[in-house]
Ligand binder design. Structure first.
Ligand code: NAI
Length: 286
């Protein structure tokens, strides 16, 4: 039987989550996605109206099917964690069971098990502020949405993951090299994510036989990346300085994720895999 993947962090056809979904679908996986509650309505409407049909085309000419879209806010683990103002927020009204625990329960109810868990989400309310000017609130909110959210997803999905299963997150080199403009503690969130990748690989490997890896991706113009405001600079910088002087396609990251999720990578866990045209290897601008 084919594998089943749950991909958290898909809300349009521009980002890494979508590209990973496509590569996994092309490899025969069944696709479930978790979409941030405030973005869900537009995403589903666009899907239904065929707005993404061109981007749904797989190498064999068929269209990627998303079996089910779940509302998700990975900042909240259980309904008890959700503050009143969020519950009554007009962008959340009408949706239910979107905390991590509830989404995991729904997926288990609907499908019983999954094989692949992908975390492709990040958020930092103060991303445009430099670290030195970031507030405690902004920093902790960034870590909550971008790093702890992975721990929470793994914690809640692991009990339904089949042996040999794999999980993947998306990191960025800003955690160990300075990328001015990647602010608000976002650099710190990736440092946490990469460290957690090792510890979680150990724990999930020993207890459950599940692999945990992260892809350190180069820059692509996703919605999240656009919001940071330095994406054009990063793309130009990569084009100029990377060993491979070409555009980085989200699809290339998707393909690397499909590899990591497959049995071809059965001995790979706890790693950071750079998918960045090799930019990470450079010590100075060339
Ligand atoms: P994206 O905008 O396609 O994906 C981010 C997703 O996170 C969005 O769908 C958004 O709705 C969702 N999200 C935000 N807060 C959430 C929450 N609380 N609960 C659930 N979902 C939430 O953008 P992109 O760039 O593809 O981001 C995916 C991952 O790739 C992120 O971890 C990002 O840091 C990472 N990455 C992106 C790079 C880039 O240049 N685009 C470079 C390296 C890493």
């Amino acid at each position: 039987a084919g594998k089943r993947a749950f991909i958290a962090g898909v809300a349009d056809d521009n980002g890494y989550g979508w590209a990973i979904a496509k590569s996994l679908a092309a490899a025969g996986a069944e696709i479930l996605v978790g979409t941030w509650v405030p973005a869900l309505k537009i995403f589903e409407t666009s899907l239904q109206r065929g707005k993404f049909d061109e981007s749904r085309v797989l190498p064999d000419g068929s269209l990627m099917e998303i079996t089910k879209v779940y509302a998700l806010d990975a900042v909240y683990d259980t309904p008890e964690d959700v503050p009143e103002d969020v519950k009554s927020n007009r962008r959340y009204v009408g949706f239910s069971k979107w905390t991590v625990k509830e989404v995991a329960e729904s997926v288990k109810e609907d499908f019983g098990s999954i094989d692949i868990l992908v975390h492709s989400l990040a958020n930092g309310p103060e991303v445009t502020k430099c670290l030195l000017e970031t507030s405690r609130y902004g920093y902790l909110a960034a870590v909550s949405a971008s790093s702890y959210s992975f721990i929470s997803l793994l914690q809640h999905f692991i009990p339904m993951m089949n042996p040999g299963g794999a999980s993947i997150s998306l990191s960025y080199i800003a955690c160990d090299r300075v990328i001015p403009g990647y602010g608000g503690g976002m650099s710190s969130t990736k440092a946490a994510l990469e460290s957690d990748t090792k510890v979680l690989a150990f724990e999930a490997g020993r207890k459950h036989g599940i692999r945990v890896n992260t892809i350190s991706a180069g820059p692509v113009r996703s919605r999240a990346a656009n919001a940071i405001g330095i994406i054009d600079m990063l793309i130009n910088n990569s084009f100029k300085n990377a060993p491979l002087q070409k555009e980085l396609l989200a699809e290339e990251v998707g393909n690397a994720a499909a590899f990591l999720a497959s049995t071809l990578a059965s001995a790979i866990t706890g790693t950071v895999l750079y998918v960045d045209n090799g930019l990470n290897a450079m010590g100075v601008a060339d």
